[in-house]
Design a protein around this ligand. Structure first.
Ligand code: CA
Length: 224
């Protein structure tokens, strides 16, 4: 990562928040922001878009579960959840919240920095394909032939997934599972609509090439 990543700490206990800030800034070299209420998180994200959120489960205003859902509804900003009980982690995993990792209190600050690093590394993959297509899953931006594509979160997810598996054909069902992590039931036609919109945006940046190909009776693939 060329510039300092910003970590948003959501924690109502000032002592813990201060400990996290110190460690993340001094040991990890990150920038940090801090909010102590769950219902102020989305506003804080809009004000200073972070690269990762460290999210405590028990919070005033809105609990960590709801906050995580709200973050996920808007995209795949990395989230590490912090809980006070080991047993809670199983329950949270079962809820399919889509958090990237879980840490249990009491934690060692060094462990937190290591986990943050690992999640950021996973999230910041920039992929560059020969056709001039670039996706950056850390910043959640994509470009084609140097032109930034204005994509919805679902379109980005779709493109990013296809880019990670160039040439491979995916059925509509497989793609539904990729773009809707909450396993909601949507029709094949929903996928087709997202693909159609995505194709239109790609065509605006590169009118001559077909980037996403329909494979009759099977699904879609990214042309390489
Ligand atoms: Ca708390």
């Amino acid at each position: 990562m060329t510039e300092q990543a910003t970590i948003l700490i959501v924690e109502d206990e000032e002592k813990i928040a201060t400990l996290l800030r110190d460690y993340l800034e001094k040991t990890g070299g990150y920038q940090t922001c801090w909010v102590n209420r769950g219902d102020e998180v989305m506003e804080a994200i809009d004000a200073t878009p972070p690269d990762l959120v460290l999210l405590d489960l028990m919070l005033p205003g809105m609990d960590g579960l709801e906050v995580c859902k709200a973050i996920r509804a808007r995209g795949s900003l990395p989230v590490i959840m912090i809980t006070a009980l080991v047993e809670e982690i199983d329950r949270l995993l079962g809820l399919e919240l889509g958090a990237d990792d879980y840490i249990c209190k009491p934690f060692s600050p060094r462990e937190v920095v290591a986990r943050v690093k690992a999640v950021l590394r996973r999230a910041s993959g920039t992929l560059q394909l020969p056709g001039g297509l670039v996706t950056d899953s850390g910043r959640r931006v994509a470009s084609l032939n140097g032109q930034t594509l204005t994509l919805t979160p679902v379109e980005f997810e779709l493109l990013s997934y296809l880019t990670q598996h160039p040439g491979q054909v995916f059925s509509r069902d497989q793609l539904i599972n990729v773009i809707y992590k909450d396993y909601r039931v949507v029709s094949d036609r929903t996928v087709d609509t997202h693909v159609k919109n995505l194709r239109q945006k790609l065509a605006m940046a590169s009118p001559k090439e077909e980037i996403i190909e329909s494979v009759y009776g099977v699904g879609y693939r990214l042309v390489v």
